[in-house]
Ligand binder design. Structure first.
Ligand SMILES: Nc1ncnc2c1ncn2[C@@H]1O[C@H](COP(=O)(O)OP(=O)(O)OP(=O)(O)O)[C@@H](O)[C@H]1O
Ligand SMILES: [Mg+2]
Length: 150
């Protein structure tokens, strides 16, 4: 009597299988923000999230610019991850490989030329934050959502 053939079943939860996700490695140079904007725009269009286009493009622009400017200036690349949990929100993560300094919103005075990027991010994003990877950089993340949650 032959053995029953093993039936292989995937044990991945359905949410992991179906959650749209893209990873994009970007050279850490002045073209990175433009590439990130394009990738983000295409992702949102592909998954029916065009209502988030304006805010998401602004947030991604600021975060990728920061990652290139402060995070990985001479360290090669940054990683842009785009996810759409439940196909309702955009979760964006920008990984850089610089140990310092720390991304923190600044208290920009009226005549300061810069220091407003993270303020803009915190205004447009449902939530945002930083996950530190010790000497191996950090992930700055933001969640964009069209509808307010109750
Ligand atoms: N990825 C990062 N790695 C390390 N430090 C960061 C990172 N992003 C931001 N910072 C720090 O947080 C500060 C505030 O960032 P923010 O984007 O608000 O202002 P800015 O980049 O200085 O000016 P602006 O964005 O208005 O041109 C930066 O000056 C920098 O010191
Ligand atoms: Mg900035």
């Amino acid at each position: 009597m032959g053995a029953h053939p093993m039936r292989r079943r995937t044990l991945m939860p359905a949410s992991l299988v179906t959650e749209p996700r893209e990873d994009h490695w970007l050279d850490s140079d002045r073209l990175a923000p433009a590439t990130a904007r394009r990738r983000t725009s295409d992702f949102l269009s592909a998954y029916g999230l065009d209502a988030l286009q304006g805010d998401a493009i602004t947030v991604v622009s600021e975060l990728v610019t920061n990652a290139v400017q402060y995070g990985s200036p001479r360290l090669g690349r940054v990683l842009l991850t785009l996810r759409a949990p439940n196909r309702e929100q955009l979760h964006v993560e920008i990984r850089d490989f610089g140990p310092t300094p720390i991304p923190e919103p600044r208290d920009a005075a009226l005549d300061d030329e810069a220091g407003r990027g993270l303020q803009i991010v915190s205004t447009l994003a449902r939530n945002w934050g930083v996950d530190y990877r010790g000497d191996h950089g950090k992930v700055v993340w933001a969640i964009l959502a069209d509808q307010p949650t109750e």
